[in-house]
Design a protein around this ligand. Structure first.
Ligand code: NAD
Length: 260
């Protein structure tokens, strides 16, 4: 039997990262899930994924705002499973404020977690992929990697940077059996987004359905959220042989947002 591939998914104890980790586990891959915490719940989640998928999933703590910890995450995953074949750079945070009021600390945190972490993990993982003769680097950018919105200076800058980094890694690995692409989701109903709904309902005195359609999904023409399962499926496609010649590009999963 062929050896299972190993995937590292940064920021994956919730939301999109967790959906992607589950999809990779269901394909029988070894999976490393990650966040900056080290709770019983984090390790229980890894055990639950292993049980459900019949694969080997491990939780490894690493704070993606720290370059050394980003590199150590890849090294620890390789130590545990023998290699890192698939790297999913997913960890991300958000802060919303006009540029003149944007806290400098938040700018630095968003740039380091949403962008620089992908530089550090890729720098650690690409040499292993070259050595093993196969690899996939998939960066979670956003519709905000291709378009902008007011009050999201750091997030939009980091996500545009993520698209640029994707193109450079793709060119540097173009002659190797390695691809690097960015996925650009529109709105996805993760716990983070779900939490915003009650406050927005109160703020605008609107019902849940109207808040979702007219406020959250204002720029998403399908008027439907993308799902974590759809993003997991997109990752599985990009990891397949069918996608071997897809590199250095973006795949939008945004219900038509960037067609507007
Ligand atoms: P989420 O808050 O549910 O998940 C973020 C994950 O990152 C969590 O697991 C969290 O623990 C982890 N994380 C945060 N800071 C970290 C740090 N310092 N070190 C390690 N891990 C850290 O959010 P989500 O909606 O699932 O977002 C995941 C990615 O998808 C992000 O990069 C986000 O920008 C992107 N994205 C989300 C949406 C959306 O609508 N939800 C749309 C486009 C892009």
């Amino acid at each position: 039997m062929a050896k299972a591939r190993t995937a590292v998914v940064t920021g994956s104890n919730s939301g999109i990262g967790l959906g992607i980790a589950r999809a990779l586990a269901d394909e029988g891959m070894n999976v490393v899930i990650n966040s900056f915490t080290d709770n019983e719940a984090d390790h229980a989640l890894a055990a639950e994924i292993s049980r459900d998928a019949g694969n080997d999933t491990a939780y490894i703590k690493a704070d993606m705002s720290d370059g050394e910890q980003c590199r150590a995450l890849v090294a620890k995953a390789a130590e545990r499973f023998g290699a890192v074949d698939i790297l999913i750079n997913n960890a991300g945070i958000q802060h919303v404020a006009p540029v003149e009021d944007f806290p400098a600390g938040k700018w630095d945190a968003i740039l380091s977690i949403n962008l620089s972490s992908a530089f550090h993990t890729a720098a650690a993982a690409v040499p292993m992929m070259r050595e093993n003769g196969w690899g996939r680097v998939i960066n979670l950018a956003s519709a905000h990697g291709l378009t902008a919105s007011p009050y999201k200076s750091a997030y939009v800058a980091a996500k545009h940077g993520m698209v640029g980094l994707t193109k450079v890694i793709a060119l540097e690995t173009a002659e190797d059996p390695i691809t690097c692409n960015a996925i650009c989701p529109g709105y996805v109903l993760t716990p983070l987004v779900e939490e915003q709904i009650p406050d927005t309902m109160k703020q605008y005195n609107l019902d849940r359905e109207t808040v979702i359609r007219d406020i959250l999904l204002e720029r998403q023409p399908s008027k439907e959220f993308a799902t974590t399962e759809q993003l997991g499926g997109t990752v599985i496609f990009l990891c397949s042989d069918h996608a071997a010649q897809i590199t250095g590009t973006t795949i939008s999963v945004d219900g038509g947002w960037t067609a507007l």
